[in-house]
Structures are given as structure tokens and as C-alpha cells.
Ligand binder design. Structure first.
Ligand code: AQP
Length: 335
């Protein structure tokens, strides 16, 4: 990683729990590449987090390498940013354990993602699912991140990470830097195409609810055609029009237009025309990324070298923080 001491540090991660969606792209990956101008960026593929819901082992391995490839295809430059797989860097799980001992049970019980996922995975409400935000806090705090670019859905988890850092610093001064959230202006929360009250998620069992970043043009256009809207006809934002509001947001993020411009552009046209335009705009954005992804997946040796170099560098940085924490909390140090 090319570190510029004048730049602040940004940390983000994505779980290889499915193929990243348009939501992951507009809420995260798209901004990650741009952030490299302003920050020293650290990007992790959070495979340990993915284990909090059941994964098919061979699939998880494939998706982890694919996530590295997709991150690079979106413009993350491994010679400029730190890009690695979370389980390759043992300090993450180790710091998470220490932070567990400074995180009240009650605070974790309030996390809405835990409540939601406990319902959607009622047959497997495991301790890791409950502890997910503490591992996320460890990810961030290990690297002294100043900012964490996140979608709206991760705001509560980041607040928890900040609380953990402040509480820990209150007992052991100056150990952690307290991170700030960094929210994109557009596309911060992309909703499901089948239930626009729910966010778009890569692990949604209904593939029509999300656009995968690797879907082909016809599939993308078809999914938008089938997107659930209301019984109205005018392309206008409004109360009770979650589906159309979501499509307008997506179109704005894909084309760089404002909602007012979009409403003017589609004045007098119906939902059908609009859905087609959104589908085509999204397909245009994703096509070059998919082409680069396919090229990179053909060069496994390169992807594995990126992982190995990233893990080495991440271990170097994060070990310094972990050693400091171990010393502060009273774990015996030997040479
Ligand atoms: N629908 C979304 N809109 C905007 N941003 C989103 N993000 C996720 N979904 C949306 C942002 O993507 C980044 C990586 O997310 P993640 O993979 O770590 O976990 P997640 O938020 O739980 O994403 P998914 O797709 O919903 O995964 P599953 O289905 O496995 O739970 C984060 O910055 C997130 O805000």
C-alpha cells in the first residue's frame, strides 16, 4: 500500500455472502474507488462475517476470490490501497475477542440487523450473528481508521464501534482512533425490487429482488421490468410510492441526474418506459465492470498474489494496534 501521511485513513469491508448487488455497488464499491484520491484506503473481504449465516464451503471460497476480483474491477488499485481477505489476518478475530469483554450484552441486543437476521435465519441464531458488530469494530479499530464509508444500513454498527472505542479509551487512554461515518450522497440505500420497504440484499432468496453486479444486460432489464411499483402512472416521487422512489434514486445514481431532472425527463411517460430506462442505465454502468471482472478471474495467480501481499501488509499494520491493546489490558508480553 502506498501510504501518504497527509491523508486520513478509510476502512471498508464487504462480505462474500453472495454476489455483490447493485446496492453494494451504489452504496459502497462505487465510492471505494473514488475515495482512493482523498484517503489511504483499506478494503477487506469479510469472510469471517459471512460465516454468521450458513455458507456452502466451496461456494464461499469461490465468492471470496470473486470479491477481490470485483473490487479491482470497480477500480480499487491494490498497489495504492490495502486489499485483503479478513481470515488471512488473524489479528481481526483476536481483537474481536478482547473487545467482546468491553461490550455490554444490552448494547448488542439493540442492533436491528441482529433482530432482522434472527428472523430471516430463525433456524440458526448463533453467537457469531449476535457478535457480528464487535468483529466489525475490531476490523475498523485495528487500522486507526478516521472514516468508514457505509450505506445507511451499517450506521448503527458504526455507532457501536465508536462507543466501544470511546469506552475503551476512557479506561486505557489513547489506544483507538474514533472513526466517523462517511455516507455517499446518492444511492445510500438501494431497496429490494420486489419489496421496496426492504433493502436490496445479496443473500435474498428471491433473485428478482436484487440486481447482481454480474447479471447480464437482458437479466438486468427483465428484473427492472418486473420491479414492484404502485398503481399510479406518473413518474414522480411521493409518499407510499416506495417502489418508484427507489427506481428514481437508482436512476439518479446510475446517470448522475437529480430527482427533479428525472421527473422532468419522464413527464407524460408511464412506468413501463421508465423501468426500461432504469434497466438500461444500470446495465450500461455494470457492463464494463463485468468485462474487467471476467478478465481478472482468468488470472488466478495475480489474484492470489494480491491476497498474499495484502494480508502481509495488513498484518504488519494491525499487529501494532493489537500488541498495544494486549499490553494495556494486562496480557503477559514475552520477547
Ligand atoms: N441495499 C443497499 N444499499 C446501499 N448500500 C448497501 N450495502 C449493502 N446493501 C446495500 C453496503 O454494502 C457494503 C457491504 O455490505 P456487506 O456485504 O458487508 O453486508 P450487508 O450490508 O449485510 O450487505 P447485504 O448485501 O445485505 O449482504 P447480506 O445479504 O449477506 O446481508 C456496506 O457498506 C453496506 O452498507
Amino acid at each position: 500500500m502506498e501510504e501518504n501521511i497527509l491523508k486520513k485513513i478509510s476502512f471498508s469491508a464487504i462480505q462474500p455472502s453472495g454476489t455483490p448487488t447493485l446496492g453494494n455497488y451504489l452504496g459502497a464499491l462505487k465510492n471505494w474507488a473514488a475515495l482512493q484520491e482523498e484517503f489511504n484506503c483499506i478494503y477487506a473481504i469479510a469472510d469471517l462475517h459471512a460465516l454468521t449465516v450458513r455458507q456452502e464451503p466451496a461456494e464461499l471460497r469461490k465468492r471470496t476470490l470473486a470479491a477481490i476480483s470485483l473490487a479491482i474491477a470497480c477500480g480499487i488499485d491494490p498497489s495504492r490501497s490495502l486489499l485483503f481477505v479478513q481470515s488471512h489476518v488473524h489479528t481481526h478475530a483476536e481483537l474481536a475477542w478482547i473487545l467482546n469483554c468491553w461490550t455490554p450484552f444490552g448494547e448488542l441486543s439493540r442492533m436491528t440487523q441482529f433482530k432482522d437476521k434472527s428472523q430471516s435465519h430463525a433456524d440458526n441464531v448463533n453467537a457469531g450473528l449476535f457478535d457480528y458488530p464487535v468483529l466489525m469494530a475490531a476490523d475498523i479499530l485495528l487500522y486507526n481508521a478516521d472514516v468508514v464509508p457505509i450505506g445507511n444500513d451499517q450506521k448503527q454498527h458504526l455507532e457501536l464501534a465508536r462507543n466501544i472505542a470511546v469506552r475503551f479509551n476512557g479506561i486505557f487512554p489513547d489506544v483507538f482512533r474514533v472513526p466517523e461515518p462517511y455516507m455517499p450522497k446518492q444511492g445510500a440505500r438501494v431497496m429490494s425490487l420486489q419489496d421496496p420497504a426492504k433493502k436490496m440484499s445479496k443473500s435474498d432468496p428471491n433473485p428478482n429482488s436484487y440486481v447482481s453486479m454480474l447479471d447480464d444486460r437482458d437479466t438486468i432489464v427483465r428484473k427492472f421490468k418486473r420491479a414492484v411499483t404502485d398503481s399510479g402512472a406518473e413518474v414522480r416521487r411521493g409518499e407510499g410510492k416506495d417502489g418508484i422512489n427507489n427506481l428514481i434514486d437508482i436512476y439518479c445514481a446510475a446517470c448522475g441526474k437529480t430527482p427533479d431532472e428525472v421527473e422532468r425527463e419522464f413527464a407524460g411517460k408511464g412506468y413501463g418506459d421508465f423501468k426500461l430506462a432504469v434497466g438500461e442505465a444500470v446495465a450500461d454502468v455494470l457492463a464494463p465492470i463485468k468485462a474487467e471482472f471476467d478478465r481478472l478471474m482468468g488470472d488466478k495467480a495475480y489474484l492470489e498474489k494480491v491476497c498474499a501481499d495484502g494480508a502481509d501488509a495488513a498484518l504488519g499494520v494491525s499487529s501494532r494496534t493489537l500488541r498495544k491493546v494486549y499490553k494495556k489490558v494486562g496480557l503477559l508480553q514475552i520477547k
